[in-house]
Design a protein around this ligand. Structure first.
Ligand SMILES: [Fe+2]
Length: 476
């Protein structure tokens, strides 16, 4: 089955009458397909009122809690104007306006033809799409995960479908009829942490949340195909397994812990960007915490069973926000950048998520089969604030195989990422690390701002070629 993923943004939307896919065939890079996206059958969120609340009958205690929510939203949160970077009117404008689900719908190929290599496969996109119009701060990455899929079958058939990932958060809010949870990124970056604590406490007391078993993530960041299963991911929660049905519909099977209950580790979330070694069938992943151990590395065996945690204890003080990492045949490489998470910083008048300009970014290299962090070392790389890793490998041009090569995006300037996102440049860089000397050489691959590169998954961790074609990064 050929599966092509595109993560995050922009999403398919009713304002787009057609969807054009370029280069989705694994070999046929020049292929262009244009498909009518059935505009007339996609409707905006007309079922929500101006406040984003569906009419519903509540029990007496639900009415009290809802009244409390309404009071907090109206008189506390919205009593001051919101900055554009957390204002839903700004963040959900244009192509980012929420859309409803769309059941499996046949599409018409109006230009080009469907490559035979895609027969039986699907093109799937994940991205944030709030179930309800937010009543308070909202960041563009806060919405509920929605999957948009085009399933290819019969040589000339394309079935389009949009479905929310049925996370615990989604189902709970759907049943309540209003948005219960504060949008975490918006509340974190605008220092409204107390409302998150208040909501979580309320959810725990009311039996709606068990942080150890339910999770409150949105599964809106990426897709991960592993050991015959497909998962929707976000780094604040465990994956949700999903399935593309024969008729093109998208089914949420449930939250998945890779059978971790037997290993004794507390496992409540993981990166949205795990790496799979196609040769061994293993996956490598990590999780980032705001309390020690700040970083934990782990492996999932080819049968889908999580292995014991490896705690990275050499990160001390305040944790870095680590979104992605690199894996080669022998090593894993972690960034330790200037974007930090410090919940206690609020007591010192600092932001919970902020940039630390005094900190020197560094890269940490650890053997990928390490059982502890004793062999890990760090090397300073001033100016490197990595966002995504497109691929990494050990350079076999060098007979000693002493070099790790990574192709990554670098946030420039990192100070703009949180509040002036539109003024951020994602620089595509080739990073070479000499394993012996720890010397790092950086080379800018593109002067254009570019992110979300993807490769043929068979080449993950192996050397691959890449070129730029009309601002699209092409790998082979
Ligand atoms: Fe990402």
């Amino acid at each position: 089955m050929a599966t092509v993923f595109l993560s995050v943004l922009p999403k398919f939307h009713p304002s787009l009458n057609v969807v054009s896919l370029v280069g989705i065939g694994t070999r046929n890079i020049q292929t262009k397909i244009t498909i009518h996206s059935c505009q007339s059958k996609i409707k905006k969120k007309i079922s929500t009122t101006k406040q984003g609340i569906r009419s519903k009958h509540y029990s007496s205690h639900e009415r009290i809690f809802k009244a409390l929510d309404d009071f907090i939203c109206k008189f506390i949160i919205l009593s001051t104007s919101l900055s554009p970077h957390v204002d839903p009117k700004h963040e959900l404008s244009g192509n980012f306006y929420p859309v409803e689900e769309l059941p499996p719908t046949a599409c018409q190929v109006v230009e080009g033809s469907l490559p035979s290599t895609l027969e039986g496969g699907a093109y799937i996109q994940n991205g944030p799409n709030p179930q309800f119009i937010p009543r308070g701060p909202y960041h563009i990455a806060d919405g509920d995960g929605m999957l948009h899929s085009i399933k290819f079958s019969g040589g000339d058939k394309a079935i389009f479908c949009s479905r929310f990932v049925k996370t615990h958060k989604y189902v709970m809010e759907r049943d309540l009829g209003y948005p219960f949870f504060p949008n975490p990124i918006a509340y974190f970056i605008s220092n409204r942490l107390r409302f998150i604590f208040l909501t979580v406490a309320r959810g725990i007391i009311g039996g709606k949340i068990n942080p150890l078993t339910t999770g409150i993530g949105t599964a809106n960041t990426s897709l991960f195909e592993f050991a015959g299963h497909l998962f929707a991911m976000i780094e604040s929660d465990l994956p949700y397994e999903i399935k593309i049905c024969p008729d093109g519909d998208i089914l949420t099977i449930g939250r998945h812990d890779f059978h971790s209950s037997s290993d004794g580790d507390l496992f409540s979330h993981m990166t949205a960007h795990p790496k799979v070694d196609a040769d061994t069938g293993e996956a490598f992943a990590f999780r980032n915490n705001v309390i020690p151990p700040f970083l934990t590395f782990f492996r999932i065996d080819p049968n889908g069973r999580k292995q014991k945690d490896v705690h990275i204890l050499s990160i001390k003080g305040v944790t870095s926000y680590i979104h992605d990492f690199a894996v080669t045949k022998r090593f894993a490489v972690f960034p330790d950048a200037q974007l930090v998470m410090d919940p206690l910083g609020i007591m010192r008048g600092k932001k919970i998520i902020r940039v630390d300009p005094e900190k020197t970014p560094r890269l940490g290299i650890i053997p990928r089969y390490a059982t502890d962090d004793s062999e890990m070392y760090w090397t300073d790389v001033p100016g490197l604030n990595m966002m995504h890793v497109i691929n990494a490998w050990e350079d076999d041009d060098d007979a000693t195989c002493n070099k790790i090569v990574m192709v990554v995006t670098n946030i420039l300037p990192v100070e703009n990422l949180l509040e002036r996102r539109n003024s951020t440049h994602l620089s595509l860089e080739k990073i070479t690390i000499d394993i012996k000397t720890k010397e790092v050489v950086r080379c800018i691959v593109s002067t254009q701002s570019i992110d979300f590169g993807a490769i043929n998954p068979k080449y993950a961790g192996k050397k691959n070629r890449f070129n730029l074609y009309k601002n699209i990064l092409l790998y082979s």
